[in-house]
Ligand binder design. Sequence first.
Ligand code: ADP
Length: 628
Amino acid sequence: MAKKAFKAESKRLLDMMINSIYTHKEIFLRELISNASDAIDKLYFKSLTENIGLTRSDFEIDLVIDKENRILTITDNGIGMTKDELENNLGVIAQSGSFKFKNENEDASKDDISVIGQFGVGFYSAFMVASEVTVDSKAYGGEQAYKWYSQGADGYTVTECDKQNYGTVITLKIKPNTEEEEYDDFLEEYKIRGIVKKYSDYIRYPIKMEVTHSHLKEGSENEYETHTAVETLNSMVPIWNKSKSELKDEDYNQFYKEKFFDYDDPIAHIHTKAEGTATYNALMFIPSKAPFDYYSKDYEKGLQLYSNGVLIMDKCGDLLPDYFSFVKGLADSADLSLNISREMLQHDRQLKIMAKSLERSIKNELVKMLRNDREKYEKFWKAFGLQIKFGVYNGFGAAKEQLKDLLLFYSSGEKKLVTLEEYVSRMKEGQKYIYYASGETVDKIDKLPQTELVKDRGYEILYLVDGVDEFALQMMVDYDEKQFKSVSAGDLELESPEEKEEIKAKAEESKDMFGFMKEALGGKVKDVRLSKILKSHAVCLTSDGIFSIEMEKVLSQMPTEHNAKAEKVLEINPDHQIYNTLKTLYDTDKDKLKAYTELLYNQALLIEGMAIEDPVDFSNKICSLMTI
Ligand code: ADP
């Protein structure tokens, strides 16, 4: 019988497996056991809708070790494979049988089947430990059984074979030990038991193996006798049904990484049991990094939804609000019916109650982290803070109350991220506002002329560096009854009564000049004003109204058309030498004053990080000033 070659991709993967990309070769067993469990799931699912003369307790996975012949077999009485399926599923990579099965059952509610592993690499891991792999399989309802056999990369054969029962037997010829690698372990009872416990404990069908026990002979002090018995190795209790005291962080992390395909441990896990209006067990995780597609529309939020340990939906989006969409995990409730459809679920009252209570658990966990482990929280914030800020802004601020205490912003005073509560607790006596300044980076904001005086007077400023920040704060309006105020918007009311008088007098004296300057700028600014917030710098731009310059910049980067513009005000520092120069020019040389006004305006634009309209003209004007 001629060998068939593996498809190119499969061959490459196989080579990789044989040369083991995995440091933990032992995971081959987990892969084969989950395949067996999936195959049983499929048949079990059939038994729910057709009478096939089987009940749940008939299903099992058996392991047999034959140490002498270096053979390990994994047997299941699941759905089995036809000849074609053996060819297609095991000869081709990325051909996920599980996935196909899902599609074929489109009519039946397709989420009702507990099938995992749509990646099609699992089976090949057998070659990490075996020099020969044989798969004897008989499809449920089929007549003939077939044998798939391969020694690795040079191909495989499929032949007829005798097999009484439907299901699959995988026979592994375990490799001999080499100098670098130890394979004998995979023929040791205790080792196999350990691997099953470690990776497959919550598989919902019994994994059985003959186990040898030795104990002292009755009446003897040094003579041992052994006896063997078939035992179920796994507890079959899903991890989320276990009590917290039984589980270590390690167990949770391990489960998370395997189930949600992450290389890193999660930052936190949330394991809750609820009783009452909604009864469920939930196990949720906060990843330590945002997935690469997280901030794109490809990302799909949701928790796995189980009914009594049986998966009924892989990503139930209704269980998570958008602002907590980064959470991974599952919820298992006995209150949900197994055959519930996606449409029905959306209106399910039970589900809504669950969603609310899960949301509370997530929030509590985050608050706890913020209080008790700031470093960890900041890591979380780095990954998902943006999502929380969008959460404050979206839906016209519907969730702002829930989220406001989770926010962090960089503080000018503390030189680190602070909460709003912390800011308010440090506010100076008589301080009316929570001050903020927006810009591209903390460094750039720190250098903004508008922030100098406010800092100088001892006020803390929150530096906003994300586009959404100012929108979010405006949506909130205030925190603890203290309004937010941009240092670049309107009157900050920083000056003493005497200073106020002084400024008023100066403003009066330069009113005409400012009128001329505004005119000279031809409608580019709403006003030219004497500044109350500049200390050592000559000019800056501020804005009137709620729409700030920073917001204009954010919106101008959006792909959609809009003409939202900030009402810009050019502010001149009366304590700067330039102010006197302008005054002199107003009396002696109006043309020059006009040119200077344009220069000052362009400088203010540059300080704000905005483009100037005519850089060539700007440069020419500066050059003519520089010419002696
Ligand atoms: P995955 O399980 O991720 O799809 P595998 O390479 O482990 O990828 O398996 C490929 C396919 O082979 C499975 O999807 C399944 O259809 C089939 N298969 C593997 N093991 C068994 C088994 N024990 N019983 C029935 N089908 C199996």
